[in-house]
Design a protein around this ligand. Sequence first.
Ligand code: AP5
Ligand code: MG
Length: 187
Amino acid sequence: MRLVLLGAPGSGKGTQASMLKKFLEIPHVSTGDLLRAAVKAGTALGLQAKAVMDAGDLVSDDIVLGMLEERVSQEDAKAGFILDGYPRNVAQCGALEALLERLGQPLDVAVKLEVPYELIVERIAGRAAAEGRIDDTPETVRARLRVYAEQTAPVADHFAEIGKLVIVDGVGELDDVFQRIVDALPA
Ligand code: AP5
Ligand code: MG
């Protein structure tokens, strides 16, 4: 199974991807996690990405695509993968399609988690207190939500147009949201 998880910052992509990873026995590929690892490791790429992430903007398409390609080309991704945080704009939709075509691994489905704005703000505030993620400050969260509305929301329209979008209610207990996703996956 090759699936993309879509949804606003704080909608639960990472949380659900780690549950799906165990259930489907395929890797969870998060471009945000890959970028945070590069920042932590202090690589040249990480240094470049850090300021952009701290501002809540999107890291350049080339950098992210390079990281993604490296990750999904690894052996454990041959059986499938859960993409979290990619694609994030319309150009990345095209890049993903071309990459997966090249690898001979077409996408099965895109699952969009829908969560109301107020709840998203509440969840991110909770995570800021619990984990201290550097981009979870109120100002950066506002920027990330704006970038999401302007650049990432059209990604769902793209998947709807090619008949691969399913929308799942992301509100409720973790297990309930998980079950809704599992029920929405193609056979
Ligand atoms: P990224 O890491 O992808 O962050 P994001 O999209 O903003 O999403 P989050 O990780 O904030 O939210 P999530 O949906 O994973 O929610 P979570 O499960 O944690 O990107 C970070 C940055 O990296 C970007 O701003 C950009 O700069 C860069 N970047 C990444 N990908 C890129 C790309 N493709 N191109 C360019 N730049 C890129 O849940 C949130 C909280 O809610 C948690 O505390 C969780 O415990 C809680 N929660 C989850 N589900 C529930 C529930 N059902 N009920 C109650 N609480 C819940
Ligand atoms: Mg996440």
